[in-house]
Design a protein. Structure first.
Length: 368
């Protein structure tokens, strides 16, 4: 066994009796590798000849099972999946039109549309094209609740589409408490509670000088709900506000309640200084101003060779495609304020969309 710079042992291969490769009819193998950073042993089944592989999994049997189920496909990702228009399933959702056009213009991707109304309102997957052979794809579109995304992923597999982001990876970044520990001191402190459980406000007041209320995905920004609470809030008032919170989140309520330390953000001309960074396949593919701040506001330090540069870069948070949002605090330091799944996070105003899709393509091209 040899070692490479990425701290993985280069795998060894075991030849399988069956099945034969779906791509070229050749022999398939199971590759085993050890990742020293995490101490994991991972398995992947597939064909070295033409490059049809399953995902890496923690169990050998699972890799072989995936291969038998026809879930192997080429590593490269050159297929995008967008929601269609609500009324016309043959055209892309108006909100995704610019991205669709820019992605097509790169000449790097094929695009498949799924029927918005059939999926979001009836849970039925209808695609505008069918595939003969399994292909990996990237989803760009609306947020889904975890259970809805899992159904989506499974239904797509039946149609020979394997999303690069598995359901557990979607949840890893879409639900902030899942990623919280990995960010350590570089994000606001949080406490989590089950939905609809009475929360002891005295405990919150002891833990935080000021705090805000969210569920595992979002707050109820833009409503009369307070931006933050402080030591003046009483239990009775807080309980009443929580009723308001549940009312506003309604159907979208996800995971549990997340109480978050309220951070004092720096403002320039009334605007906060926030950045959204997209990561794909371990690469930072874009880093954009995300709060309408003026161009003279300081840049996110990860763009410079500062000593802190590594601390503010998060290329490996447990999903192949995700976002990390950063904000400058009043004292000039920076913290992570949000994370999100890459498929359902919006691009920034004024972002070069073509450049984004080219970077996305190359991030998944040519390596694992
Ligand atoms: Zn093959």
């Amino acid at each position: 066994m040899a070692f490479c710079g990425c701290q993985e042992s280069i795998g060894f291969y075991e030849t399988l009796e069956s099945p034969r490769c779906k791509g070229c009819g050749g022999e398939c193998t199971v590759e085993t590798k050890h990742v020293f950073v995490t101490g994991q042993t991972l398995y992947q089944a597939g064909c070295k000849e033409c490059g049809f592989f399953t995902d890496w999994t923690s169990e050998k049997e699972m890799a072989i099972e995936q291969l038998k189920n026809g879930e192997a496909c080429r590593r490269e990702v050159n297929l995008l999946l967008f929601p269609s228009d609500y009324f016309d399933s043959s055209i892309v959702d108006a909100d995704m039109q610019k991205e669709y056009a820019a992605a097509m213009e790169t000449g790097l991707f094929d695009v498949i549309l799924f029927d918005y109304d059939a999926w979001f309102n009836n849970g039925r997957l209808r695609l505008n094209k069918s595939l003969d052979i399994m292909r990996r794809a990237i989803y760009r579109g609306w947020m889904m609740k975890p259970e809805q995304y899992e159904s989506f992923y499974k239904a797509l597999l039946q149609s020979n589409i394997r999303l690069v982001t598995k359901p557990e990876e979607y949840n890893a970044l879409h639900l902030f408490p899942n990623v919280y520990e990995k960010l350590g001191e570089h994000t606001a402190r949080i406490m989590t509670f089950p939905l609809h459980e009475k929360i002891d406000v005295e405990l919150l007041k002891k833990s935080f000088k000021r705090f805000m209320v969210k569920d595992y995905v979002k707050s109820v920004k833009g409503t009369e709900f307070p931006v933050y609470f402080d030591e003046t809030i009483t239990q009775e008032e807080f309980d009443r506000w929580m009723e308001v919170f549940y009312k506003y989140r309604g159907e979208l309520l996800t995971g549990g309640v997340c109480i978050k330390e309220y951070l004092d953000l720096k403002r320039y001309d009334g605007r906060t200084n926030e950045y959204r960074v997209f990561y794909a396949n371990g690469h930072r593919i874009s880093c954009e101003r995300n709060s309408g701040q003026m161009a003279t506001a300081p840049e996110l330090p990860l763009l410079f060779e500062w000593p802190s540069v590594c601390q503010l870069d998060y290329p490996h948070l447990g999903s192949p495609f995700y976002t990390v949002d950063f904000a400058e605090l009043a004292d000039g330091s920076w913290k992570v304020i949000e994370t999100g799944d890459g498929g359902v996070s919006g691009l920034s105003d004024g972002q070069d969309i073509g450049a984004f899709y080219r970077s996305l393509y190359w991030a998944f091209h040519g390596d694992s």
